[in-house]
Design a protein around this ligand. Sequence first.
Ligand code: PEP
Length: 257
Amino acid sequence: MTTKIIVGNLKMNLITLSERDGYLKLLKSEIKKLKNDGSWELILCVPFVHLDFFSKNLKGKNIYLGVQNIFWDERGSFTGEISPVMARECGAKYSIVGHSERRRYFKENDQEVNKKIKVAIQSQITPIMCIGETSDERKEGLTKDVISRQLLDGLEGILPLQSEKIIIAYEPVWSVGSDIEPESNEIMEVRILVRKLLTQKYGEAVAGKVKVLYGGSVKSKLIKKVCFNPQMDGVLVGRESLVPVNLIEIVQSFSQC
Ligand code: PEP
């Protein structure tokens, strides 16, 4: 049985302690409905300030915590930034890197993404590297070029053994937060391209171990589209992860496909 990975990205939500507590309570009661049969793994990427709390209060087989960003160095005079070591020490095993919202609002580029991936691996944090084309790039037929550039520049200097630890999330920017869903053949084409590029760079055995997820307006209804034809290894869920019942429904439907 293959284990499907479901990543929840809570973004900048649960802004009060009571929202945080209410969310955790609901999530725990929903999680009880899941069969712990190895068919799923849930990675909840929480706001930094809640990491320690979730780490102490959300335990469970196949449930892990992550953060939504890290800085590209471990320590130093970088006012306001969060070191991957800090995240790890507070309970994170994963970090989203290069999310489209960070690329868009904070102008993160592929070189910064690359540095973050390197420091994550060095700090025993598994990076979940987001790649995806914008709506304009898609209209101009640039999807493959953008995906290739983001993937190869982001993985520059990463050795085969290190690459096995990376999770790639294909998140078409036009679908993130928009409720516009790609067709399954669009998702499949990108999955094939990513596998091809990884195989060219690292060889088939290593490339086969890298998990490739889909993200963008994922709801449980979309799961069939994402898992049957394109056979993705998992999904990255934004808004729907804020509603525990919806998130767990996604885990249930995805682990069954
Ligand atoms: C995301 O945050 O990466 C995401 C895919 O968001 P949404 O599911 O809300 O589109």
